[in-house]
Design a protein around this ligand. Structure first.
Ligand SMILES: [Zn+2]
Length: 499
Protein backbone atom coordinates (compact mmCIF):
# COMPACT_ATOMS: atom_id res chain seq x y z
CA UNK A 1 0.00 0.00 0.00
CA UNK A 2 1.35 3.39 -0.93
CA UNK A 3 0.33 6.79 0.26
CA UNK A 4 1.48 10.11 1.53
CA UNK A 5 3.90 9.71 4.43
CA UNK A 6 2.29 10.95 7.59
CA UNK A 7 4.14 14.13 8.35
CA UNK A 8 2.42 14.47 11.70
CA UNK A 9 3.14 11.12 13.34
CA UNK A 10 1.77 11.45 16.83
CA UNK A 11 4.67 11.36 19.27
CA UNK A 12 2.58 10.61 22.32
CA UNK A 13 -0.18 8.18 23.07
CA UNK A 14 -2.27 10.81 24.80
CA UNK A 15 -2.01 14.50 25.54
CA UNK A 16 -4.12 16.22 28.18
CA UNK A 17 -4.64 19.91 27.52
CA UNK A 18 -6.25 22.57 29.63
CA UNK A 19 -5.61 20.56 32.78
CA UNK A 20 -5.43 22.05 36.26
CA UNK A 21 -2.31 20.14 37.28
CA UNK A 22 -1.74 19.09 40.88
CA UNK A 23 1.67 17.47 40.62
CA UNK A 24 1.60 15.64 43.98
CA UNK A 25 4.40 17.67 45.54
CA UNK A 26 2.11 20.08 47.36
CA UNK A 27 3.20 22.97 45.14
CA UNK A 28 0.56 25.31 43.69
CA UNK A 29 -1.58 23.86 40.91
CA UNK A 30 -1.26 25.36 37.42
CA UNK A 31 -3.05 25.18 34.09
CA UNK A 32 -0.99 23.05 31.72
CA UNK A 33 -0.51 19.98 29.58
CA UNK A 34 0.65 16.43 30.18
CA UNK A 35 1.75 13.89 27.56
CA UNK A 36 1.78 10.11 28.09
CA UNK A 37 3.77 7.56 26.15
CA UNK A 38 3.43 3.90 27.04
CA UNK A 39 3.28 3.48 30.79
CA UNK A 40 4.92 6.77 31.66
CA UNK A 41 4.46 10.49 31.62
CA UNK A 42 6.60 11.83 28.77
CA UNK A 43 6.23 15.57 29.21
CA UNK A 44 4.64 18.15 31.47
CA UNK A 45 4.37 21.77 30.48
CA UNK A 46 2.46 25.01 30.56
CA UNK A 47 -0.40 25.72 28.16
CA UNK A 48 0.77 25.48 24.53
CA UNK A 49 4.12 23.86 25.33
CA UNK A 50 3.30 20.43 23.87
CA UNK A 51 3.04 20.70 20.06
CA UNK A 52 -0.48 20.60 18.65
CA UNK A 53 -1.45 17.22 17.26
CA UNK A 54 1.40 15.35 18.94
CA UNK A 55 -0.97 13.04 20.82
CA UNK A 56 -2.64 10.05 19.17
CA UNK A 57 -5.45 11.04 21.51
CA UNK A 58 -5.87 14.69 22.46
CA UNK A 59 -8.03 15.30 25.49
CA UNK A 60 -9.11 18.80 26.46
CA UNK A 61 -9.93 18.71 30.15
CA UNK A 62 -11.53 22.14 30.11
CA UNK A 63 -9.94 23.12 33.40
CA UNK A 64 -10.66 19.90 35.30
CA UNK A 65 -8.04 18.76 37.77
CA UNK A 66 -5.35 16.25 36.82
CA UNK A 67 -3.49 14.66 39.72
CA UNK A 68 -1.32 11.61 40.33
CA UNK A 69 -3.53 8.61 41.04
CA UNK A 70 -4.20 8.38 44.76
CA UNK A 71 -2.26 5.88 46.84
CA UNK A 72 -4.29 4.24 49.59
CA UNK A 73 -1.60 3.95 52.26
CA UNK A 74 -3.57 1.68 54.55
CA UNK A 75 -5.74 -1.13 53.25
CA UNK A 76 -6.89 -4.67 53.90
CA UNK A 77 -7.44 -5.30 50.19
CA UNK A 78 -5.05 -8.29 50.09
CA UNK A 79 -7.81 -10.63 48.94
CA UNK A 80 -9.98 -8.05 47.16
CA UNK A 81 -7.31 -7.39 44.52
CA UNK A 82 -7.51 -11.11 43.62
CA UNK A 83 -11.22 -11.80 44.00
CA UNK A 84 -12.71 -8.53 42.78
CA UNK A 85 -9.87 -7.24 40.64
CA UNK A 86 -11.96 -4.39 39.24
CA UNK A 87 -11.37 -2.80 42.65
CA UNK A 88 -14.42 -0.58 42.28
CA UNK A 89 -14.49 0.79 45.84
CA UNK A 90 -11.00 2.19 45.28
CA UNK A 91 -10.60 3.04 41.60
CA UNK A 92 -13.94 4.88 41.71
CA UNK A 93 -12.31 7.25 44.23
CA UNK A 94 -9.29 7.86 42.00
CA UNK A 95 -7.07 5.35 43.78
CA UNK A 96 -4.42 3.73 41.54
CA UNK A 97 -2.30 1.94 44.17
CA UNK A 98 -3.25 0.19 47.41
CA UNK A 99 -0.86 -0.72 50.22
CA UNK A 100 -2.02 -4.11 51.55
CA UNK A 101 -0.86 -6.23 54.48
CA UNK A 102 -1.47 -3.71 57.26
CA UNK A 103 -2.00 -4.25 61.00
CA UNK A 104 0.07 -7.43 61.08
CA UNK A 105 -2.46 -9.14 58.79
CA UNK A 106 -1.40 -10.44 55.37
CA UNK A 107 -2.26 -13.43 53.19
CA UNK A 108 1.35 -14.50 52.74
CA UNK A 109 3.17 -16.41 54.07
CA UNK A 110 0.65 -18.46 56.03
CA UNK A 111 -1.88 -21.21 55.33
CA UNK A 112 -4.35 -22.69 57.80
CA UNK A 113 -5.46 -25.94 56.16
CA UNK A 114 -8.55 -27.29 57.91
CA UNK A 115 -8.34 -24.82 60.80
CA UNK A 116 -10.12 -21.49 60.93
CA UNK A 117 -7.81 -18.49 61.00
CA UNK A 118 -7.95 -16.71 64.36
CA UNK A 119 -9.16 -13.09 64.58
CA UNK A 120 -8.02 -10.63 63.31
CA UNK A 121 -6.79 -12.75 60.38
CA UNK A 122 -10.51 -13.30 59.65
CA UNK A 123 -10.60 -9.71 58.34
CA UNK A 124 -9.26 -11.16 55.07
CA UNK A 125 -11.55 -14.19 54.99
CA UNK A 126 -11.68 -17.81 56.15
CA UNK A 127 -9.06 -20.52 55.75
CA UNK A 128 -9.71 -20.80 52.01
CA UNK A 129 -8.53 -17.18 51.64
CA UNK A 130 -5.08 -18.19 52.84
CA UNK A 131 -3.38 -20.10 50.05
CA UNK A 132 0.10 -18.60 49.82
CA UNK A 133 2.87 -20.34 51.75
CA UNK A 134 5.40 -17.75 50.62
CA UNK A 135 5.41 -14.19 49.35
CA UNK A 136 6.50 -15.18 45.84
CA UNK A 137 3.25 -17.12 45.38
CA UNK A 138 1.20 -14.07 46.37
CA UNK A 139 3.25 -11.75 44.16
CA UNK A 140 2.81 -14.04 41.21
CA UNK A 141 -0.96 -14.28 41.78
CA UNK A 142 -1.29 -10.50 41.96
CA UNK A 143 0.56 -10.12 38.67
CA UNK A 144 -1.33 -12.87 36.87
CA UNK A 145 -4.66 -11.49 38.13
CA UNK A 146 -3.76 -8.00 36.91
CA UNK A 147 -6.05 -6.01 39.21
CA UNK A 148 -7.24 -2.56 38.13
CA UNK A 149 -4.91 -0.89 40.67
CA UNK A 150 -1.29 -1.41 41.65
CA UNK A 151 -0.52 -3.29 44.84
CA UNK A 152 2.28 -2.59 47.32
CA UNK A 153 2.40 -5.41 49.85
CA UNK A 154 3.51 -5.47 53.46
CA UNK A 155 4.08 -8.73 55.29
CA UNK A 156 2.13 -9.02 58.52
CA UNK A 157 3.87 -10.03 61.71
CA UNK A 158 0.80 -12.07 62.77
CA UNK A 159 1.07 -14.01 59.50
CA UNK A 160 4.77 -14.62 60.17
CA UNK A 161 4.04 -15.72 63.74
CA UNK A 162 1.22 -18.06 62.74
CA UNK A 163 3.43 -19.56 60.04
CA UNK A 164 6.37 -20.26 62.33
CA UNK A 165 5.38 -20.44 66.00
CA UNK A 166 4.13 -23.28 68.15
CA UNK A 167 2.43 -21.02 70.69
CA UNK A 168 1.56 -17.49 69.59
CA UNK A 169 0.55 -16.54 73.13
CA UNK A 170 4.24 -16.43 73.97
CA UNK A 171 7.11 -14.31 72.77
CA UNK A 172 8.91 -16.00 69.86
CA UNK A 173 11.98 -18.09 70.66
CA UNK A 174 15.30 -17.36 69.00
CA UNK A 175 14.76 -20.14 66.49
CA UNK A 176 11.26 -18.88 65.70
CA UNK A 177 12.63 -15.37 65.20
CA UNK A 178 15.24 -16.84 62.85
CA UNK A 179 12.49 -18.60 60.91
CA UNK A 180 10.55 -15.33 60.59
CA UNK A 181 13.72 -13.60 59.38
CA UNK A 182 14.11 -16.16 56.57
CA UNK A 183 10.52 -15.49 55.53
CA UNK A 184 11.33 -11.77 55.63
CA UNK A 185 14.22 -12.32 53.23
CA UNK A 186 12.03 -14.37 50.91
CA UNK A 187 9.35 -11.66 50.90
CA UNK A 188 11.74 -8.78 50.26
CA UNK A 189 13.52 -10.77 47.55
CA UNK A 190 10.18 -11.21 45.81
CA UNK A 191 8.94 -7.64 45.85
CA UNK A 192 7.48 -6.92 49.31
CA UNK A 193 7.42 -3.30 50.47
CA UNK A 194 8.06 -4.04 54.13
CA UNK A 195 6.47 -5.30 57.29
CA UNK A 196 3.53 -4.51 59.54
CA UNK A 197 2.61 -5.33 63.11
CA UNK A 198 -0.72 -5.29 64.89
CA UNK A 199 0.46 -5.44 68.50
CA UNK A 200 -3.06 -4.52 69.57
CA UNK A 201 -4.32 -7.90 68.35
CA UNK A 202 -4.20 -11.25 70.18
CA UNK A 203 -2.16 -12.97 67.44
CA UNK A 204 0.57 -10.35 67.78
CA UNK A 205 0.40 -8.91 71.29
CA UNK A 206 2.77 -11.40 72.94
CA UNK A 207 5.56 -10.03 70.76
CA UNK A 208 7.67 -7.56 72.70
CA UNK A 209 10.28 -5.16 71.39
CA UNK A 210 12.95 -7.89 71.56
CA UNK A 211 10.96 -9.96 69.11
CA UNK A 212 9.94 -7.17 66.74
CA UNK A 213 13.34 -5.45 66.43
CA UNK A 214 15.34 -8.30 64.84
CA UNK A 215 12.56 -9.04 62.36
CA UNK A 216 12.05 -5.38 61.43
CA UNK A 217 15.82 -5.00 61.10
CA UNK A 218 15.82 -7.86 58.64
CA UNK A 219 13.21 -6.07 56.51
CA UNK A 220 15.22 -2.86 56.83
CA UNK A 221 18.33 -4.52 55.44
CA UNK A 222 16.58 -5.00 52.08
CA UNK A 223 14.89 -1.60 52.00
CA UNK A 224 11.65 -2.39 53.81
CA UNK A 225 9.32 -0.03 55.66
CA UNK A 226 7.63 -0.75 59.02
CA UNK A 227 3.95 0.06 59.60
CA UNK A 228 2.34 -0.60 62.95
CA UNK A 229 -1.08 -0.73 64.52
CA UNK A 230 0.27 0.07 67.95
CA UNK A 231 -0.33 -1.92 71.11
CA UNK A 232 -2.59 0.75 72.60
CA UNK A 233 -4.50 3.64 71.02
CA UNK A 234 -6.46 4.29 74.22
CA UNK A 235 -5.22 5.31 77.70
CA UNK A 236 -1.70 3.98 77.26
CA UNK A 237 -1.03 5.61 73.92
CA UNK A 238 2.03 7.63 74.96
CA UNK A 239 3.82 4.48 76.13
CA UNK A 240 2.85 2.77 72.89
CA UNK A 241 4.35 5.61 70.89
CA UNK A 242 7.55 5.29 72.93
CA UNK A 243 7.68 1.57 72.26
CA UNK A 244 7.03 2.14 68.56
CA UNK A 245 9.69 4.82 68.12
CA UNK A 246 12.23 2.75 70.04
CA UNK A 247 11.46 -0.37 67.99
CA UNK A 248 11.87 1.40 64.65
CA UNK A 249 14.91 3.28 65.90
CA UNK A 250 16.68 0.12 67.02
CA UNK A 251 15.74 -1.70 63.80
CA UNK A 252 16.80 1.38 61.81
CA UNK A 253 13.69 1.20 59.66
CA UNK A 254 11.35 3.93 58.34
CA UNK A 255 8.21 3.94 60.49
CA UNK A 256 4.53 4.44 59.73
CA UNK A 257 2.16 4.71 62.69
CA UNK A 258 -1.12 3.32 61.36
CA UNK A 259 -4.50 5.08 61.58
CA UNK A 260 -3.30 7.40 64.30
CA UNK A 261 -6.01 8.19 66.82
CA UNK A 262 -6.65 8.81 70.49
CA UNK A 263 -9.51 6.41 71.09
CA UNK A 264 -11.95 6.39 73.97
CA UNK A 265 -13.77 9.34 75.51
CA UNK A 266 -11.10 9.70 78.23
CA UNK A 267 -8.47 10.32 75.60
CA UNK A 268 -10.22 12.86 73.45
CA UNK A 269 -8.00 15.85 72.90
CA UNK A 270 -4.80 13.94 73.53
CA UNK A 271 -3.49 14.38 69.99
CA UNK A 272 -2.22 17.62 71.52
CA UNK A 273 0.23 15.33 73.33
CA UNK A 274 0.80 12.62 70.73
CA UNK A 275 1.43 14.77 67.66
CA UNK A 276 4.14 16.98 69.20
CA UNK A 277 5.82 13.81 70.47
CA UNK A 278 5.78 12.13 67.05
CA UNK A 279 6.66 15.32 65.18
CA UNK A 280 9.54 15.89 67.60
CA UNK A 281 10.82 12.36 66.98
CA UNK A 282 10.64 12.98 63.23
CA UNK A 283 13.53 15.42 63.61
CA UNK A 284 15.89 12.50 64.19
CA UNK A 285 14.11 9.41 62.86
CA UNK A 286 12.01 8.61 59.83
CA UNK A 287 8.37 8.52 60.98
CA UNK A 288 5.01 9.16 59.31
CA UNK A 289 1.36 8.58 60.10
CA UNK A 290 -1.66 7.44 58.20
CA UNK A 291 -5.23 8.43 58.94
CA UNK A 292 -8.76 8.15 57.56
CA UNK A 293 -11.08 11.18 57.55
CA UNK A 294 -13.73 9.96 60.00
CA UNK A 295 -14.21 9.93 63.75
CA UNK A 296 -15.31 6.29 63.88
CA UNK A 297 -13.03 3.27 63.57
CA UNK A 298 -13.89 -0.29 62.61
CA UNK A 299 -12.65 -3.81 63.25
CA UNK A 300 -14.17 -7.08 64.35
CA UNK A 301 -16.50 -6.96 67.36
CA UNK A 302 -14.15 -7.26 70.29
CA UNK A 303 -15.42 -7.61 73.87
CA UNK A 304 -12.77 -5.19 75.20
CA UNK A 305 -14.06 -2.44 72.90
CA UNK A 306 -17.71 -2.75 73.91
CA UNK A 307 -18.72 0.28 75.98
CA UNK A 308 -21.70 2.55 76.51
CA UNK A 309 -19.55 5.70 76.33
CA UNK A 310 -19.77 5.96 72.53
CA UNK A 311 -22.08 4.48 69.85
CA UNK A 312 -21.23 1.14 68.27
CA UNK A 313 -22.81 -0.03 65.02
CA UNK A 314 -22.79 -3.60 63.74
CA UNK A 315 -20.99 -4.02 60.39
CA UNK A 316 -21.78 -7.71 60.06
CA UNK A 317 -22.86 -10.62 62.23
CA UNK A 318 -22.67 -14.22 61.21
CA UNK A 319 -25.62 -15.49 63.33
CA UNK A 320 -27.69 -12.30 62.94
CA UNK A 321 -27.05 -10.81 59.47
CA UNK A 322 -30.29 -8.81 59.82
CA UNK A 323 -28.61 -6.72 62.55
CA UNK A 324 -25.95 -5.22 60.25
CA UNK A 325 -26.05 -1.45 60.15
CA UNK A 326 -27.87 -1.22 63.50
CA UNK A 327 -26.75 0.31 66.78
CA UNK A 328 -25.65 -2.14 69.47
CA UNK A 329 -27.79 -0.36 72.09
CA UNK A 330 -30.92 -0.69 69.95
CA UNK A 331 -30.36 -4.40 69.50
CA UNK A 332 -29.76 -4.72 73.26
CA UNK A 333 -33.06 -2.95 74.01
CA UNK A 334 -34.89 -5.15 71.53
CA UNK A 335 -33.41 -8.31 73.06
CA UNK A 336 -33.82 -7.09 76.67
CA UNK A 337 -30.20 -7.81 77.61
CA UNK A 338 -27.17 -5.59 78.23
CA UNK A 339 -24.75 -4.55 75.47
CA UNK A 340 -22.08 -7.02 76.56
CA UNK A 341 -24.45 -9.97 76.32
CA UNK A 342 -25.76 -8.57 73.03
CA UNK A 343 -22.22 -8.40 71.65
CA UNK A 344 -21.57 -11.96 72.82
CA UNK A 345 -24.64 -13.26 70.97
CA UNK A 346 -23.77 -11.41 67.75
CA UNK A 347 -20.34 -13.09 67.49
CA UNK A 348 -18.61 -13.58 65.19
CA UNK A 349 -19.25 -10.04 64.06
CA UNK A 350 -17.72 -6.75 62.98
CA UNK A 351 -18.42 -3.28 64.32
CA UNK A 352 -17.98 0.43 63.79
CA UNK A 353 -16.88 2.30 66.91
CA UNK A 354 -17.51 6.05 67.24
CA UNK A 355 -14.48 6.35 69.46
CA UNK A 356 -12.73 9.52 68.29
CA UNK A 357 -13.08 13.24 68.72
CA UNK A 358 -13.53 15.28 65.53
CA UNK A 359 -10.95 17.84 66.69
CA UNK A 360 -8.38 15.06 67.06
CA UNK A 361 -9.22 13.75 63.58
CA UNK A 362 -8.59 17.23 62.16
CA UNK A 363 -5.33 17.67 64.01
CA UNK A 364 -4.03 14.30 62.82
CA UNK A 365 -5.10 14.89 59.20
CA UNK A 366 -3.35 18.27 59.30
CA UNK A 367 0.02 16.99 60.50
CA UNK A 368 2.72 17.33 57.86
CA UNK A 369 3.57 13.68 58.61
CA UNK A 370 0.13 12.31 57.79
CA UNK A 371 -0.77 10.34 54.68
CA UNK A 372 -4.33 9.37 53.79
CA UNK A 373 -5.26 5.71 54.15
CA UNK A 374 -8.81 4.34 54.08
CA UNK A 375 -8.40 1.29 56.34
CA UNK A 376 -11.59 0.10 54.61
CA UNK A 377 -12.77 -3.44 55.34
CA UNK A 378 -13.95 -4.72 51.96
CA UNK A 379 -15.50 -7.98 53.19
CA UNK A 380 -17.90 -6.37 55.67
CA UNK A 381 -21.56 -6.58 54.66
CA UNK A 382 -22.28 -3.07 55.96
CA UNK A 383 -18.81 -1.50 55.95
CA UNK A 384 -17.55 1.75 57.40
CA UNK A 385 -18.06 4.45 54.73
CA UNK A 386 -14.27 5.00 54.57
CA UNK A 387 -14.10 2.04 52.14
CA UNK A 388 -15.83 4.01 49.37
CA UNK A 389 -15.43 7.63 50.43
CA UNK A 390 -12.05 8.41 51.98
CA UNK A 391 -10.21 10.25 49.20
CA UNK A 392 -13.00 12.46 47.81
CA UNK A 393 -13.91 13.27 51.42
CA UNK A 394 -10.43 14.56 52.24
CA UNK A 395 -10.34 16.73 49.11
CA UNK A 396 -13.99 17.83 48.94
CA UNK A 397 -14.98 18.04 52.59
CA UNK A 398 -11.82 18.74 54.58
CA UNK A 399 -9.79 20.73 52.02
CA UNK A 400 -12.29 22.55 49.79
CA UNK A 401 -15.33 22.96 52.06
CA UNK A 402 -13.74 23.15 55.52
CA UNK A 403 -10.43 24.73 54.48
CA UNK A 404 -8.47 22.49 56.82
CA UNK A 405 -5.63 22.64 54.30
CA UNK A 406 -5.25 23.37 50.59
CA UNK A 407 -6.30 20.92 47.88
CA UNK A 408 -2.60 20.80 46.93
CA UNK A 409 -1.77 19.59 50.45
CA UNK A 410 -4.64 17.10 50.44
CA UNK A 411 -3.35 15.59 47.21
CA UNK A 412 0.24 15.53 48.42
CA UNK A 413 -0.94 13.49 51.42
CA UNK A 414 -2.39 10.86 49.09
CA UNK A 415 0.28 10.86 46.35
CA UNK A 416 3.80 12.27 46.56
CA UNK A 417 4.18 11.90 50.31
CA UNK A 418 2.88 8.34 50.30
CA UNK A 419 5.06 7.24 47.39
CA UNK A 420 8.16 8.59 49.12
CA UNK A 421 7.30 7.01 52.50
CA UNK A 422 6.68 3.57 50.97
CA UNK A 423 9.54 4.00 48.50
CA UNK A 424 7.29 3.52 45.47
CA UNK A 425 9.65 4.67 42.76
CA UNK A 426 8.29 6.95 40.06
CA UNK A 427 4.81 6.94 41.56
CA UNK A 428 2.75 9.68 43.16
CA UNK A 429 4.02 12.54 41.02
CA UNK A 430 3.21 14.24 37.77
CA UNK A 431 6.59 14.70 36.14
CA UNK A 432 8.35 13.41 33.04
CA UNK A 433 9.50 9.86 33.66
CA UNK A 434 6.97 9.00 36.35
CA UNK A 435 4.41 6.27 35.76
CA UNK A 436 1.19 7.57 34.24
CA UNK A 437 -1.04 6.76 37.22
CA UNK A 438 -3.47 9.67 36.92
CA UNK A 439 -6.89 10.84 38.02
CA UNK A 440 -9.07 13.46 36.35
CA UNK A 441 -11.58 15.06 38.72
CA UNK A 442 -13.80 18.07 39.07
CA UNK A 443 -12.44 20.11 41.99
CA UNK A 444 -15.77 21.93 42.40
CA UNK A 445 -17.80 18.73 42.64
CA UNK A 446 -15.58 16.10 44.22
CA UNK A 447 -17.18 14.73 47.40
CA UNK A 448 -17.85 11.45 49.18
CA UNK A 449 -21.39 10.07 49.16
CA UNK A 450 -20.92 6.98 51.34
CA UNK A 451 -22.44 7.37 54.81
CA UNK A 452 -22.75 5.19 57.89
CA UNK A 453 -26.33 4.37 56.86
CA UNK A 454 -25.60 4.00 53.13
CA UNK A 455 -21.93 3.01 52.89
CA UNK A 456 -21.89 1.50 49.40
CA UNK A 457 -21.99 4.72 47.38
CA UNK A 458 -19.83 6.02 44.59
CA UNK A 459 -18.23 9.36 45.26
CA UNK A 460 -19.04 12.37 43.10
CA UNK A 461 -16.65 14.26 40.86
CA UNK A 462 -14.17 11.58 39.76
CA UNK A 463 -14.11 11.71 35.94
CA UNK A 464 -11.54 9.14 34.80
CA UNK A 465 -8.59 7.17 36.11
CA UNK A 466 -5.42 5.97 34.35
CA UNK A 467 -3.18 3.18 35.68
CA UNK A 468 0.25 2.62 34.14
CA UNK A 469 -0.80 4.75 31.16
CA UNK A 470 -4.00 2.76 30.55
CA UNK A 471 -7.40 4.45 30.66
CA UNK A 472 -8.89 2.14 33.27
CA UNK A 473 -11.98 3.74 34.79
CA UNK A 474 -14.50 6.24 33.52
CA UNK A 475 -17.30 7.50 35.72
CA UNK A 476 -20.61 6.09 34.51
CA UNK A 477 -18.89 3.45 32.35
CA UNK A 478 -17.04 1.64 35.15
CA UNK A 479 -13.80 -0.29 34.79
CA UNK A 480 -12.64 -0.45 31.15
CA UNK A 481 -9.33 -2.22 31.60
CA UNK A 482 -7.13 -3.58 34.35
CA UNK A 483 -3.48 -2.54 34.24
CA UNK A 484 -2.27 -2.83 37.83
CA UNK A 485 0.54 -4.96 39.21
CA UNK A 486 2.77 -5.49 42.21
CA UNK A 487 4.85 -2.38 42.91
CA UNK A 488 7.25 -1.33 45.65
CA UNK A 489 10.47 -2.93 46.87
CA UNK A 490 12.26 -4.61 44.00
CA UNK A 491 9.06 -5.75 42.28
CA UNK A 492 9.39 -3.59 39.18
CA UNK A 493 12.89 -4.90 38.58
CA UNK A 494 11.93 -8.45 39.41
CA UNK A 495 8.63 -8.94 37.71
CA UNK A 496 8.77 -6.40 34.92
CA UNK A 497 12.39 -6.18 33.95
CA UNK A 498 13.00 -2.51 34.54
CA UNK A 499 14.22 -0.35 37.36
ZN1 LIG B 1 -5.19 -1.52 62.33
Amino acid sequence: MTGEPNTKVPGYDRVFRNALIFDGSGRASFLGEVAIKGERIAMVGSAGSIPAGSGAVEEDLGGLALAPGFIDSHTHDDRLVLDQPDMLPKISQGVTTVVVGNCGISLAPVIFGDKDPPPPMTLLGGSQAYEFANFAAYASRVNSTRPAVNVAALVGHSALRLATMKDIEKRASDSEIAAMCSLADEAMDNGATGMSTGLFYPTNSAADINEVVPIAARFARRGGVYATHMRDEFDDILNSIDETLETAGKADIPLVISHHKCAGVNNWGRTKQTLPKIEGASEHQCVNLDAYPYSAGSTYLRAELVTDTYPIHIAWSQPYPEMQGRALTDIATEWGVDIHETARRLQPAGAIYFQMDEADVRRVLSSRLTMIGSDGLPHDAHPHPRLWGTFPRVIGHYARDEGLFSIETAIHKMTGLTASVFRLRDRGEIRAGAFADLVVFDPARIIDKATYDEPLQYSDGIVSVFVNGVRSYVSGAGVLERAGRLVGGNSDKLHHGFE
